[in-house]
Each structure stands twice: as C-alpha cells, then as structure tokens.
Ligand binder design. Structure first.
Ligand code: PEP
Ligand code: MG
Length: 588
C-alpha cells in the first residue's frame, strides 16, 4: 500500500514507530442505524435496559460522593437520576427498537430527538434548556451501550494511541508500558494533553484529521517534531526516522550530561530554571534534569480521576513529601485550577456555555470555599520546612485578589488559634494570565511577593482563541506584539515594585522564545522537566547583549512573521544543533 501522510500540530518531540490502536472508536464515531432481525428485538431491548441500569448505578455512586455543600451539583445529578428512572424515556426507545427493527443506539437517538422537538416548542426558557440534561443522560447511556473497549491492558507490545480527544484526566492515566506515543483529532498547541505528553516524554500530535480512517494495528511512523503521521511508510522513510530517533536519543543523553550547570549567560546573567509538574511522581524528573526546584505544581491533577475529594490529610502529606524531596530548593504550589478542560467528576456534569470564561481556577475555589480552605490548610501545614510558596491562578482584578487574601489570612488565623505550625513567611504570588491582570500589574504587585506569567492562558485570553481548538491554532502567536508588550509590561511592573517575575507557560520551553524572555530580564522560568537541559544549554551559550538586541528588533516590528523570522534566524545561526529536536509554538 502507498504511504499516506496525515498532518497535525506537534506538541511533544520524538519519533515513534509502531502499530496503532484507536481508543474508544465506537463512542467517538457518529451513531449508525443498523437494522435488526425480529428475533433479535428482545436482546436489543435487554442491551438498552442494562445500559440504562448501569448508567443509573454509576450516577447514584457519584451522587453519594458529592459533598454536602455542593447543592447545585447534587441537584443536577438528582435530576439526571430521575430522568434515567423515568420509564417513559426508556420505553420510548424500546418502542423504536420494536417498531422499526433498529439497533438500541439508533432507537435511543430517535427518542432523544422526539423529546428535543417537544421541548423546543415550550416557551419557558428554563424548561426548554433542560433538553441539555436529556442529552447528557443519553450520552451516559450511549457510553454504556458501547462498553469501554479499553483493552489496552492486554496489549502485548507498546502501541501508538489514536483518539478523537484525550482529556487531561485521560492523559495522566496513560500506561506508558503500553503506549509509546499518541495523536488526537482535537486539541491546540497548549492543550493540557500535550503538556502532559511532554512530561511523560512521549511524542504526541494533536489537531490531526483523518485518524479514524487508520485501521487498528496499522503500521505508522509518528513524527512528534513536525506533527506528521506516516501510514504504511516505505523503506526510505523508515530508515530516515530510525536514524532520527537514534540521533534524538543521543542528543538527549548528551545534553543531560550538563544539566546541573547553572543557566548563566556568557556575560554573567543568571536565570533560575525550575520545573512545572502535575503529578507527585514527576518530582524525580525535576531532579534528574537539573531543575532548580518546582516553579509550578498544578495541584488540580490530584482531584481528577477519582470519585471522592482528597482529604486535608492526604493533601498535606502530598505537599509535605514534595517539599521535603525538593528541599533545599523551592516549590511553588498553585492552588486549584479546576474548570475549563480540567473537570473533576465529583462535581457532576458541568454545563457552562464558555467554560474557559466561566467557573475556573480561583473563581471555582471561591464558589466552593470549604474545598478551597481544605487546600489552603494543607498547603500551610506543609510549609514548615520554609521552601513552599503559594500561588493563586487566574486573578482578574485587585478586589478579587484582596478577597482571596482575606480568606487565606482567615485560614492562617484559624490554624494559629489551633496551635498548628506553618511558615508565617511563606511567599504568596499570583499567576498573570489575564489581560486585565497585565494592565493592573503595578497595582497587583503591591499585594504579592511574586508574579508568574502564564502565557498559555495569557495568549488564549489576549488573542481570544481557545487554546484547545485546532481551528484557531494558527493564531496562537507568542510573538504577537500584544503578547510581547504584555510580558514586558508585567516584568517591568514587577521589577519596579521590587518583586520577582517568573514565566511558567509553554513559551518557557520554546527555544525560539528564550532569548526574547532573557532580553526582558525575566528572573526565572519554569518548564516541563525534560526541556530543562536543552533550554539551560541555550542560555549558557548566549550573551545578554545579543538577547537584548534581538528583543529590541522584535519589539520594533509590527509584523509577527517578521518577528518569527528574526528569532529563527538568531537561533539557526547561533544554536543550530538545539533546533532539530524541539517542537515550537512559533509557526513555520
Ligand atoms: C499558563 O496558563 O500559562 C499556565 C502555566 O497554566 P496552565 O497551563 O495550567 O493553565
Ligand atoms: Mg493557566
């Protein structure tokens, strides 16, 4: 068969050569109508009945685990339970099986569409909107009908995983002894699935069309540098990629040798290079790759993939252990950034029209103060070694920050009166990831000990592009003048106020962007552990003068393409060997 090439967005470097497996193929393809024989009607009805029952059992379990304070979520789950128990819904679907001799999935779809039609005529908007709940419930039943073809456990060899979508929660569950790389149809340059792939050190591509056409077990090459899947590769491609894979492994071991050297330019400017981690287990990679502490611990991952909420004790132990492993280096613990694509199932189904603009991060925490306070207590109790800092995500305004601080000091007061020890000098910082926070960074700087610029979100919110949407991925431009001015504004405002400014978005692991950040005199960067050795090496070979010079030229440019060209030119001429093995946020 002739080789075929599919293209997407490269998000994690490396090459994988092997066979494919498409995850949950059934539930991701659109539902098809299948005619059944009259003698199969009873069995098809039974299948539907069992799917309703399993969905009900699943929801009842979730309902039991919802904490008392989350009344709204509990009410939604209860309404879904009622819908599942409603005999009319099930019998309408069964009637379709019987009358039309069709499969259960198609019958369910017909029943939902009847309800949709009926609801659309209702004038009351609230009731009309409940159709959304019917859809969610039907999806649950559908999932049961398809079953979960997660036979990954039985793989005899490591496979290349294909999926239409992988949530951050799915991604952290990937079994690395079974999966060597993945590609998804959805996703953008800084989707969390890609971020996790880099942490796991497996090649990955997102936003790629045509995956579902690849047969399970088909032989492919996944090129995580250029975002390509080559299906049924010929001899020549195979030889090329086998060599590239070898060179990459060689490069990694070579660059790793010097990873403990400081990131200091030839002319003596030092940048602190720390690591972003999502999971406790990654702490070993921080140390192995020469990370100078943890600059961002994304704590929300401890809340995903479980039925209940972590207790204060569990969180305390997790943070305490992390801080002692990393000691004497420092760790910045970011408070929960749940919401948007990181959904904790304990809160039931969410139904926000614009989740990235909704109850996310600090807003979610303020809506659930008990949950937030549990985390704050755990962080404070773990802080006794003196190397933990606390950081709040997605701060949008001064008033909001003051409210959060009030709650934080209230928790401190409670601990103090209970005689519980904590570090009274624990530094407190915020993420700057909203345009509003950039513009008032001078005001915010007076209230905190440090800033950390989250470019993943700052680019999303400044340029108005969903970071998980491949269709607008081409607009995800780190060197857009608005982004560069924003970063510079924040660095200058922070320095003016005498506080440290760090940057922890994916831009920090992009070799093209590093000289620009250096030119701005950023104090520290935080990036995925595996990228640390290479980025440190670039910094060590650069001079502050050339970085400032490049920054000046880029800031003067009003053309992103020209800026991209300028940064590439510098990197290509000065550090060519570093480039072969990096994915970049900068467009070609
Ligand atoms: C960011 O927004 O740049 C960031 C580091 O946080 P996250 O990717 O977790 O949103
Ligand atoms: Mg963010």
């Amino acid at each position: 068969m002739a080789e075929q090439i599919l293209r997407g967005i490269p998000v994690s470097s490396g090459v994988a050569i092997g066979k494919t497996y498409f995850l949950n193929r059934g539930s991701n393809t659109s539902i098809v109508r299948m005619d059944i024989d009259p003698q199969d009607v009873a069995e098809e009805k039974n299948r539907l009945h069992s799917a309703f029952t399993s969905a009900l059992v699943e929801l009842e379990k979730i309902s039991e685990k919802i904490p008392g304070e989350l009344k709204e979520q509990a009410a939604i789950i209860d309404s879904h339970i009622m819908l599942l128990k409603d005999k009319k819904f099930q019998s309408a679907s069964k009637k379709y099986i019987q009358d039309k001799l069709i499969n259960a999935e198609w019958a369910l779809e017909k029943a939902v569409s009847d309800i949709e039609k009926a609801f659309s005529k209702i004038e009351d908007e609230y009731i009309r909107e409940r159709i959304h709940d019917v859809r969610l419930v039907a999806d649950r039943v559908k999932k049961q009908l398809y079953g979960k073809p997660s036979d990954i456990k039985s793989f005899k060899q490591r496979m290349i995983l294909l999926a239409s979508d992988l949530s951050p929660a799915d991604t952290i569950e990937l079994q690395l002894d079974k999966i060597m790389a993945f590609a998804t149809t959805s996703g953008g340059k800084t989707s969390h699935a890609g971020i996790i792939a880099r942490s796991l050190q497996i090649p990955a591509i997102v936003g790629i069309e045509g995956l579902a056409e690849i047969q399970d077990g088909q032989f492919v090459i996944l090129d995580g540098f250029n975002g390509k899947i080559i299906v049924d590769p010929g001899e020549e491609q195979l030889a090329h990629y086998t060599e590239l894979k070898y060179q990459f492994e060689n490069y990694q071991s070579q660059v790793n040798r010097n990873c403990y050297l400081p990131a200091e330019t030839i002319d003596g400017y030092k940048v602190k290079v720390s690591a972003n981690i999502e999971l406790f287990e990654e702490v070993a990679a921080v140390i192995d790759n020469g990370g100078e502490g943890v600059g961002l611990y994304r704590t929300e991952y401890s809340y995903l993939n479980r039925d209940d909420l972590p207790t204060e004790e569990e969180l305390f132990e997790e943070y305490r252990d992390l801080s002692s492993i990393i000691y004497p280096e420092k760790i910045i613990i970011r408070t929960l950034d749940l919401g948007a694509d990181k959904i904790a199932t304990q809160f039931g189904p969410t139904r926000e029209a614009n989740p990235a603009l909704g109850l996310r991060a600090i807003r979610f925490c303020r809506k659930h103060p008990e949950l937030f306070k549990t985390q704050l207590r755990a962080i404070l109790r773990a802080s006794v070694l003196g190397n933990i800092s606390i950081m709040f995500p997605m701060i949008s305004g001064l008033q909001e920050l003051l409210e959060v601080k009030k709650l934080y000091y209230q928790v401190r007061g409670e601990l103090k009166s209970q005689g519980v020890n904590f570090d009274p000098f624990m530094p407190m910082g915020i993420m700057i990831e909203l345009p509003s926070a950039v513009l008032i960074s001078d005001m915010l700087a007076r209230e905190v000990d440090f800033f950390s610029i989250g470019t993943n979100d700052l680019i999303q919110y400044s340029l108005g592009i969903d970071r998980t949407n491949k269709h607008v991925s081409y607009l995800y431009q780190p060197l857009h003048p608005a982004i560069l001015r924003s970063i510079k504004y924040v660095v200058d405002a922070g320095h003016e106020a005498g506080i440290e400014v760090s940057l922890c978005g994916e831009v920090a692991s992009d070799p093209y962007c590093i000289p620009i950040l250096m030119g701005m005199q950023i104090d520290s960067i935080s990036l995925n552990p595996q990228a640390i050795p290479g980025i440190k090496r670039i910094i060590r070979q650069a001079t502050m003068d050339e970085c400032k010079n490049l920054l000046k030229r880029v800031l003067e440019s009003d053309d992103v393409q020209e800026s991209n060209r300028l940064v590439k030119e510098m990197i290509f001429t000065r550090f060519p060997e570093e480039l072969m093995f990096y994915t970049s946020l900068i467009e070609d």
